[in-house]
Design a protein around this ligand. Structure first.
Ligand SMILES: *Cc1c(COP(=O)(O)O)cnc(C)c1O
Length: 388
């Protein structure tokens, strides 16, 4: 190994980075530069759904690199992008796809397409949900309900109204036929504390959007693509969006997002309305195609549900323990809300060799790779119980 004095001091410290340097990943484990192994219950914040070194991804990366087409501009056609768009529309109510390089960029696209579709009616307001998180760029931040993220950057995009989850009267009043261009919601809130939205609330938002003739946007960047044990989290409710936003696991670890649009919205978007130089290039699209095809197989999804039951059963037994306020989740997306700050638990889990997330100060968040074995799930929960 080459000795080096570099220690990340040139990285802008917008993240409170832990002092561990990972050099390898195998399955559901990360290995640091001293050879220490960590079991990963974070999936790189919901990205590494297939874990590390998955044979499908290795093969896709090698095949995609072989023809030299890392990038082709969006002025021309290429097959991987067209095939991925066809795959995503075949599994959703959407008919057209716009590809991006991140979640926030996909949210920006969704907001712009909804605004574009409503512009001729002179409508521009967006309704968002308390506790929601949609990203850090100006538009995405404007519909994100975290005052500490927002305050230093105000004024943000105007015309945003927030409603409480499941407050139907408030939603009915906020979603207005003369003003509202779109409603944006995560079917399962991630960063906001792992909160599944009640199906009745999603259905009510759908009705309000139909009445007000505005777009319903589901942000499934974290909860979509198999995470909740079915293809997309909104399918638990039977409610379909006009615009579906995907990202985190889509590219198998490569940066990629997608905006899937219903044909009625897509028909109102014209050439020149939006763009992205890198969005949906052939290399990332090839890898995403392999990743999405793998996740969307019925056998793969039923295995996620099975593992989700194992994790849910273990965590539900924590109810009634001192300090545990709530256990909630679906599939392999779980949160445990505690009375005290969970920071010290995350630290002690790390010391014990387990990587786990928080969602706000009081919620422990579980996002293990979708391919995790039942044994590793049990092992991780055992480690946490030891720590607790
Ligand atoms: C992570 C996340 C985003 C932002 O994605 P980035 O790739 O970090 O920009 C948006 N919405 C939800 C629900 C997310 O979990």
């Amino acid at each position: 190994m080459t000795a080096t004095a570099v220690h990340g001091e040139h990285l802008l410290p917008v993240y409170a980075r832990r002092d561990v340097c990972f050099v390898r990943g195998e399955g559901c484990e990360l290995i640091d530069d001293t050879g220490r192994r960590f079991l990963d219950f974070t999936s790189g914040i919901g990205v590494n759904a297939l874990g590390y070194g998955h044979p499908v991804l290795r093969a896709a990366i090698q095949a995609a690199a072989a023809n030299g087409l890392l990038h082709v501009s969006n002025l021309y056609r290429h097959r991987p992008g067209e095939e991925l768009a066809a795959l995503l529309t075949s599994h959703t109510s959407g008919s057209q796809v716009f590809f991006t390089n991140s979640g926030a960029e996909a949210v920006e696209g969704a907001l712009k397409f909804a605004r574009r579709a409503a512009a001729d009616d002179g409508k521009h307001e967006i309704v968002a949900v308390r506790g929601g998180f949609h990203g850090r760029t100006f538009g995405a931040l404007s519909v994100t309900d975290r005052s500490d993220y927002r305050r230093p950057f105000e004024p943000l995009v105007p015309g945003i109204r927030f409603v409480e989850p499941d407050d139907l009267a408030q939603a009915a009043a906020a979603i207005h036929p003369d003003h509202t261009a779109a409603v944006i919601v995560e079917p399962v809130q991630g960063e906001g504390g792992v909160r599944p939205m009640p199906p009745g609330f999603l259905r009510f938002l759908r009705d309000c959007c139909d009445r007000a003739n505005c777009a319903l946007i589901f942000d499934e960047i974290q909860c979509g693509l198999g995470r909740t044990g079915i293809r997309f989290a909104h399918e638990h409710s039977g409610v379909h969006p006009d615009i579906l936003v995907l990202a985190k696991p889509l590219g198998g670890g490569l940066p990629m997002g997608a905006v899937v649009l219903h044909e009625e919205i897509a028909a109102l978007v014209e050439p020149g309305d939006h763009g992205s130089t890198f969005g949906g290039g052939p290399f990332v699209a090839s890898v995403a195609l392999a990743c999405a095809r793998t996740i969307l197989q019925p056998d793969f999804l039923s295995a996620v549900r099975e593992r989700g039951r194992i994790l849910g059963d273990r965590l539900n037994r924590w109810m009634g323990r001192p300090g545990v306020i709530d256990v909630r989740g679906v599939g392999l997306m779980w949160g445990v809300e505690m009375a005290d700050s969970v920071g010290p638990i995350v630290d002690r889990a790390f010391d014990a060799g387990l990587l786990i997330l928080q969602a706000g100060p009081h919620v422990l968040r579980f996002l293990p790779p979708l391919v995790i074995s039942p044994e590793d799930l049990e092992r991780g929960v055992d480690m946490l119980e030891e720590v607790l």
